[in-house]
Design a protein around this ligand. Sequence first.
Ligand SMILES: Cc1ncc(C[n+]2csc(CCOP(=O)(O)OP(=O)(O)O)c2C)c(N)n1
Length: 348
Amino acid sequence: MYVEQSLLELPDQLDSATNYCQPINVVDATPQQLIDQLRAMLVIRKAEERIGDMITAGKVHCPAHLGIGQEAIAVGISSQLRPSDRIFGAHRSHSHFLAAGGSVFALFAEVLGRATGASKGMGGSMHLYDSAHGFLGSVPIVAASVPIAVGAALAAQMDGEGDIAVSYFGDGAMEEGALHESLNLAATMRLPILFVCENNFFASHMHISLRQPANSVARFARSHGMPTHVIEGNDIQIVSKTAQIAVQRARDAEGPSFIEAVTYRWRGHVGPREDLDVGVRRSDDLGLWKQRDPVRRLAQALEAVGWLSTEEFIGLDAEVQVAINDAWGCAEQAPYPDTSALLNLVYA
Ligand SMILES: Cc1ncc(C[n+]2csc(CCOP(=O)(O)OP(=O)(O)O)c2C)c(N)n1
């Protein structure tokens, strides 16, 4: 059987870290939009760095999957959403939760198991929830939240208010049957949903080349007849513009879209260490991918066009750091749930 290579492989050498290290192109955006997005990415970066440090310090006991290096995807997608949209994540969803509007305090309190956490301290890092901002949950079973997001898209379609659903997942989730059933149903029913695959090349410790016959996963969505966008996921402008197109299509009742955002996670699969990918030598690649940093490339671009001076960036960075420190301090002071509440959220 002949399969066109372009349907299988990432275009434009998107898998090459050395190709996309320059400051991003900031045309068609206002300084304020981009500075807000830079701040949002810094909040996510620093919140995750803090969680990583606190695991090392022995203060965080739940498993925590850090998405450092992948911040532009959630921030770009969320820039096009509204609170009545319905967002679903997975095990690596701190960025999705925070970009949707979830508070850093609620995230920290949750990873510390405190009653004021995003899931009342009962879920930990992988079970985040903030219905006020449309973040309707993250689920650590790989691909498990995808069919739920499709259901939420069906509900949004029936409501007829133009709301949409967003489903975030990784390239590893493409190897689960539920994801393919979800793509099929969403396409067949023309549901208002964005499937957002963060292709960071790894599922736990295995590179995509060991798991799939191609390094791009968008082929699955194409075969269901939905528009696909294979993009540089570390460029906030590209992510935002792509999300704008896909969100508009969904709000206009034209159906689902699939975004494959190419990125790279800097830390190991779980926990703070960079070298936890057993059996995988990625130290050289990691160094290169750090040059493709979504945060630095936006900051440099803003500086190059004179929208943010070095001093202003240092000020912004410090301001975010203070907010992170405050949120951590408050979370550490927050109470644990009462033991009498332990069975309240258990269905039997
Ligand atoms: C159904 C199921 N199988 C296996 C696991 C164990 N597991 C947790 S995360 C993960 C890898 C997921 O990789 P990917 O979807 O690419 O997301 P990433 O970790 O790269 O963000 C695996 C295999 C699980 N949680 N659920």
